[in-house]
Design a protein around this ligand. Structure first.
Ligand code: NDP
Ligand code: GDR
Length: 338
């Protein structure tokens, strides 16, 4: 019989790639979707016609229990979150509730539905938590591994650290198969337009097509380890299918600055970035994460996982995709999803 997966965050970037990957592996895939007229659910249904939808919200414990009871999943991937770091300062309590407490609610739903108790066998449902390199924050060492200490720099990072430790705790307390992937930044043509890579690829496409004359950005000196989302969802699946439940760092091991990202994206369209980019102090963060760089050795050795798409290929893919979207007259912030 086909394995059944339940994905929270199905309308987001990673939810879409993970669903496609699991469908290819022969899974029956269910997505948890919230809201009564959520346009992102309609978009998801268009792109992922084979995904079945169950209603629920990470803020609502009862809805998660009902979803797990209805779907009877073999695997739950908890990707749902408020994931945009600046928003976590504006709505810190909501971020704690969704990104942090949402993990507790999902773990409890699984525990209750599988009748798991202390000292028990842990039940049959395997759980994946979308942890983040933002938990490292102000880094104590570079590159970062599974044992690097956490010093989160945003309410988002703090909420993710709670979810991360809770996942470990449910594994240790109840014997549940519960794992966290500590994923570094991963991007794609489906990335939300608020994140810097997509903001840049859309900005370049708009300038190239004469739809804009400048691109306003914040801190150009921040450095990140950027990879392709399609590669990273495969790591999530490998972690969930591994013989033992363990946490893994997932990234490329290479760092680039926002300035280098901008240069690469404008170059991909044959433009000189210095003519168009304007820096804007209001886009700087109250506390910045200056640099993040993964050491993905454990994933390579134990899971056989390696990223396939390079930084330059990723940037070119995103710029090309946005040039095509805008040329076709689509609204990249809304209905379209390449
Ligand atoms: P997105 O922002 O694209 O997607 C977030 C998802 O969370 C959306 O589907 C959204 O649904 C859902 N969501 C928001 N609030 C709730 C709620 N109250 N109940 C249920 N679902 C909710 O994120 P990504 O796909 O990029 O990331 C997936 C996960 O991985 C997130 O948890 C993120 O924090 C984490 N992560 C991402 C990294 C990255 O570089 N992309 C790196 C490390 C971790 P809706 O459409 O209804 O708003
Ligand atoms: P991040 O991603 O905060 O790392 O979180 P984002 O793309 O938002 O920022 C990356 C870096 O770019 C700098 N920056 C800008 N960022 C945005 N969004 N807009 C700008 O105009 C801009 N100018 C400079 C930022 O200051 C930052 O240093 C992402 C999310 O997906 C999280 O959910 C995830 O956990 C982490 O990646 C790993």
């Amino acid at each position: 019989m086909a394995r059944r997966a339940l994905i929270t965050g199905i309308t987001g970037q990673d939810g879409s790639y993970l669903a496609e990957h699991l469908l290819e592996q022969g899974y029956e895939v269910w997505g948890l979707a919230r809201g009564q007229a959520n346009p992102r659910v309609a978009r998801m249904r268009r792109l992922l016609a084979d995904v079945q939808v169950v209603r629920g919200d990470l803020l609502d414990q009862g809805s998660l229990i009902s979803a797990v009871e209805r779907v009877q999943p073999d695997e739950v991937y908890n990707l749902g979150a408020i994931s945009f770091v600046p928003m976590s300062w504006e709505q810190a309590e909501l971020t704690a509730e969704v990104t942090g407490m949402g993990v507790l609610r999902m773990l409890e739903a699984i525990r209750v539905c599988s009748g798991v108790s202390r000292g028990g066998s842990g039940g049959q449902i395997r759980f994946y938590q979308a942890s983040s390199s933002e938990m490292f924050g102000q880094v104590s060492e570079t590159p970062q591994t599974e044992s690097t200490s956490f010093h989160p720099r945003s309410p988002y990072g703090v909420a993710k650290a709670y979810g991360h430790f809770l996942t470990q705790n449910y594994r240790e307390s109840y014997g549940m198969y519960a794992v966290s992937g500590i994923l570094f930044n991963h991007e794609s043509p489906r990335r939300g337009a608020e994140f810097v890579t997509r903001k840049v690829s859309l900005g370049v496409a708009r300038i190239k097509l004469g739809l804009a004359t400048e691109l306003r950005l914040g801190n150009l000196e921040a450095r990140r380890d950027w990879g392709f989302a399609g590669d990273y969802v495969k790591a999530m699946h490998l972690m969930v299918r591994a013989a033992d439940p363990e946490d893994y760092v997932i990234g490329t091991g290479r760092m680039k600055s926002v300035r280098e990202l901008v240069e690469a994206a404008f170059n991909a369209a044959g433009l000189d970035w210095e003519r168009y980019v304007v820096t804007d102090q209001t886009l700087h963060r109250p506390a910045e994460v200056d640099l993040l760089c993964a050491d993905p050795k454990k994933a390579r050795v134990q899971l056989g996982w390696e990223p396939q798409v390079s930084f330059d290929e990723l940037v070119a893919m995103m710029v090309d995709s946005d040039l095509r979207l805008l040329t076709d007259g689509a609204d990249p912030d809304d209905s379209s999803w390449p």
